[in-house]
Design a protein around this ligand. Structure first.
Ligand SMILES: *Cc1c(COP(=O)(O)O)cnc(C)c1O
Length: 248
């Protein structure tokens, strides 16, 4: 099995899905190719169109979108794989409740408009942070400065709602910055209507070894931001105020 994300968590580095599928099909024709599409959703990118076998979503995130359900999904266009997954679902009994399914179906009805808003808000915030004197570097596929901007243009409908950035300061100042945010909450999750910021090194990615953290750029000043549906000017002001308060 080959498993990857097209926009990766938490540094938003991109994987060229066309190149990976071509390489795997040539070298290991019977390998299963699986993509975790949680950060993008089918609105921004459809991995099955690129010839992968299985697409996974954490429905908990953008797909439900309202931070009130825990659920996951697997999608495939291969009858045989679908049968096998269905067998496991039946045999193991790990099925979601009717109420959770109802909630997710409601959430999905606004997926497209929510994603458009997440993307446009994220672009405003990313551009704001890029011009901010207390920010070292912003990682966002929609910025011209992003190292894989061309790949993003090739693979994505828009650039997504996740923005990561390095604070120009110490780890202590970065933690203080997160504590000083008022509109944006601290949280592990993402993809909901509300903006959430987190410190990958001590939160979502704390279980990685120090070497692995170094290798992917998870430092004590890296912040991951899930840009919500609030007014983007309010979000930029919140970030600015918290940064200034952390640096004094
Ligand atoms: C949250 C997340 C998961 C796990 O999903 P849960 O619904 O929290 O179990 C998997 N992959 C990515 C990219 C995620 O963000």
């Amino acid at each position: 099995m080959v498993w990857f994300e097209v926009v990766t968590n938490p540094t938003l580095k991109m994987t060229d899905i066309e190149a990976v599928v071509a390489l795997v099909r040539k070298k290991v024709p019977d390998a299963l190719i699986c993509v975790d599409n949680t950060f993008l959703t089918p609105y921004l990118h459809k991995p099955l169109d690129y010839g992968v076998d299985i697409v996974m979503h954490s429905i908990t995130k953008y797909m439900n979108g309202h931070s009130d359900v825990l659920m996951g999904s697997l999608a495939t266009n291969d009858e045989k794989i679908a049968e096998q997954i269905k067998f496991f679902q039946m045999a193991l009994g790990a099925v979601p409740s009717p109420f959770d399914c109802y909630m997710v179906q409601r959430g999905l009805k606004t997926l497209a408009i929510r994603l458009r808003e997440h993307c446009s808000n994220a672009k405003v915030v990313a551009e704001y942070l890029e011009g901010h004197p207390m920010i070292d570097k912003v990682l966002y596929p929609g910025l011209a400065s992003y190292s894989q901007h061309g790949l993003a243009n090739r693979l994505l409908k828009e650039y997504g709602g996740m923005v990561s950035f390095y604070v120009k300061g110490s780890g202590e100042q970065t933690r203080r910055f997160l504590k000083n945010l008022k509109i944006i909450s601290l949280g592990f999750s993402l993809g909901g209507y509300e903006s959430l910021a987190e410190l990958p090194i001590t939160m979502t990615h704390s279980q990685l070894s120090d070497e692995a953290k170094d290798a992917i750029g998870v430092t004590n000043t890296l912040v991951r931001l899930s840009v919500g549906l609030e007014n983007p000017t309010d979000l930029s002001k919140d970030l600015d105020r918290a940064l200034r308060a952390a640096m004094v």
